[in-house]
Design a protein around this ligand. Structure first.
Ligand SMILES: Nc1ncnc2c1ncn2[C@@H]1O[C@H](COP(=O)(O)OP(=O)(O)OP(=O)(O)O)[C@@H](O)[C@H]1O
Ligand SMILES: Nc1nc2c(c(=O)[nH]1)N=C(CO)CN2
Length: 163
């Protein structure tokens, strides 16, 4: 196991700087990274807009748990404090998929269960891997097409913000 899709989000402090810290921290494991998107918050809607991006990573030495630990270490380095569920955060790194792995361990749910409903994940992922399949759910192009137009409209590319 080695290849993973990670979703990145930030809506506090230096949002772009936090996303950049992930790109830097992943180093040679980074294969591809999407454009940065400005997105309307889902879940808790009374909070600042997010910057979101998705990246593909590859490292034969890391399994799915190692990708989770990598994400958590990057969150900690960005000063993340766990407060409200779905609330504001300096940096959120979710493991979306790792190869075809399925896991129902609450500490590492794979694929990440929020993915089919989240335009903030599907839009950037589709940009860098249009033919991707979400294990157990099918082509991400179909998941994206099934979302309400308002959800997709809340995800706006920010090509002026370079990772
Ligand atoms: N695929 C996954 N990626 C990241 N964390 C996961 C995953 N599956 C389970 N978790 C667990 O979720 C917890 C972190 O949740 P977090 O506070 O980031 O949730 P959230 O970002 O508010 O909500 P959501 O998980 O719906 O995006 C951690 O304890 C982690 O072990
Ligand atoms: N648009 C958007 N909304 C969110 C996000 C996120 O990354 N993007 N993350 C959340 C916490 O998990 C809650 N809400």
């Amino acid at each position: 196991m080695s290849r993973a899709v990670l979703s990145l989000g930030s809506n506090l402090d230096d949002r772009l700087g936090h996303l950049r810290s992930v790109v830097t921290g992943l180093g040679d494991a980074l294969v591809r990274v999407s454009t940065v998107y400005e997105t309307k918050p889902w879940g808790v809607t009374d909070q600042p807009d997010f910057l979101n991006a998705v990246c593909i990573v590859d490292d034969p030495a890391r399994d799915s748990w190692a990708w989770l630990r990598t994400g958590q270490a990057l969150e900690q380095a960005a000063g993340r404090v766990r407060e409200l569920r779905w609330g504001p955060r300096t940096l959120d790194v979710d493991v979306v998929t790792v190869d075809g792995v399925r896991s129902d361990d609450p500490a590492l749910l794979l694929p990440h269960p929020g993915t089919p409903e989240r335009a903030s994940v599907l839009v950037p992922w589709h940009e860098i891997e249009p033919g991707a399949i979400l294990p157990g759910h099918g082509p991400i192009a179909d998941l994206l097409a099934a979302l309400p137009e308002a959800e997709r409209a809340g995800v706006v590319a920010r090509p002026d913000l370079r990772l």
